[in-house]
Ligand binder design. Structure first.
Ligand code: FDA
Length: 309
């Protein structure tokens, strides 16, 4: 891991910076590159604007590791209302939630009850529920909650991180239950005992996992195969693999984060692929934004430039 990436990821956990950096106008201006605004309506407006281009949305209200149960309830109610509003607006948008924002650190059973409510409402509205993957101490419990929810509802998917050594086994277990899988590289600082240290090896593991997700066994089980990456080389390799196996273009989906690789998104849609964009909103954007900077340290220049704009 590069020094810059390590520093930015360490800064993402710093409570002083979280409380203070977000007050500066130039930092707030830089963030708008990755999120259309702090309100649900900002997200909905961006999702509406994407529609003519054939791109649909996934949405997330930023926040993690809540320490107060009232807040976990508030977030759950927010997502329930969001699901209703999306149904009423007729704009296809799928929620993607973090379990630590739904109270996982406080009470596992009550957290599951929150997930269950969201899965039920999403199912009733013909929508889908995505569960984000957080740091390694949460992987087992996130998968356990996903399996429980999947046993009750068909419309459940979870994120898996290609940088973890364990992910091939986790993928096999999810294929057995036919859950949705959104494969990403992984955004957190993890020890080399648990996460593949070299980026090139993570990329190779990603492609190996992608092939498993597109294999006959996964298709038979009903796995929804989603590739969450901005890596156009990997996207190209996955598409070559689809063509070589004679699979249709809609055998998988490509999900991007809002504001990143817009040109690549358009090219994929024009080529007949399914593309969605994950749009984040909310006031608790600091740690999430620092992870975006760590993914591409050149993004720090956007912060510097916005100081002078
Ligand atoms: P890589 O980092 O190799 O980047 C490939 C290229 O894309 C770069 O060369 C650069 O040009 C461009 N790029 C990448 N990131 C950029 C950025 N921030 N700004 C500008 N350009 C950028 N992680 C996690 O741990 N749990 C989760 O639940 C999720 N969920 C999730 C959903 C979706 C839809 C996406 C796209 C990503 C996530 N992630 C995530 C984040 C993921 O783990 C990873 O950190 C980022 O996607 C960066 O990795 P890439 O695959 O883009 O490749």
């Amino acid at each position: 891991m590069s020094v810059m990436r390590s520093v930015l990821l360490a800064a993402s956990d710093n409570t002083w910076l979280r409380a203070n950096a977000t007050r500066f106008g130039f930092v707030r201006r830089a963030v708008t590159r990755f999120m259309p605004g702090e309100e649900f309506d900002d997200m909905l407006g961006a999702a509406r604007a994407l529609r003519p281009s054939g791109i649909e949305a996934v949405f997330t209200r930023l926040g993690e590791n809540v320490t107060d149960w009232a807040e976990a309830e508030l977030v759950t109610r927010h997502y329930l209302e969001a699901l209703d509003r999306i149904r009423d607006a007729g704009i296809p948008c799928e929620p993607s939630v973090k379990l630590t924002q739904l109270g996982l650190d406080l009470d596992r059973e009550r957290c599951y009850a929150n997930v269950r409510q969201l899965a039920e409402r999403a199912h009733a509205h013909g929508n889908y529920l995505w569960i984000d993957m957080e740091q390694t101490p949460y992987v087992d419990v996130t998968l356990e909650i996903t399996r429980r929810a999947r046993a009750e509802f068909p419309n459940i998917g979870v994120c898996l991180q290609a940088y973890l050594f364990r992910t091939a086994d986790d993928l096999a277990s999810l294929i057995r239950i036919g859950a949705g899988v959104r494969l990403v590289k992984g955004a957190y600082k993890e020890p080399p005992t648990l996460a593949i240290p070299k980026k090139a090896d993570v990329d190779e593991n990603y492609f190996a996992l992608a092939r498993t997700m597109l294999a006959d066994e996964a298709k038979r089980a009903g796995l929804r195969a989603v590739f969450g990456t901005h890596d156009t080389v990997l996207v190209g390799r996955i598409n070559q693999h689809l063509a070589a196996r004679g699979l249709p273009k809609d055998a998988c989906e490509f999900h991007f984060l809002y504001g990143i690789q817009r040109e690549a998104q358009q090219k994929l849609v024009a080529g007949g692929h399914v593309v969605k964009v994950l749009i984040a909103y909310g006031s608790y954007w600091y740690p999430w934004y620092m992870r975006r900077l760590a993914e591409r340290p050149a993004n720090v220049w956007f912060v510097v430039r916005s100081l002078f704009s």
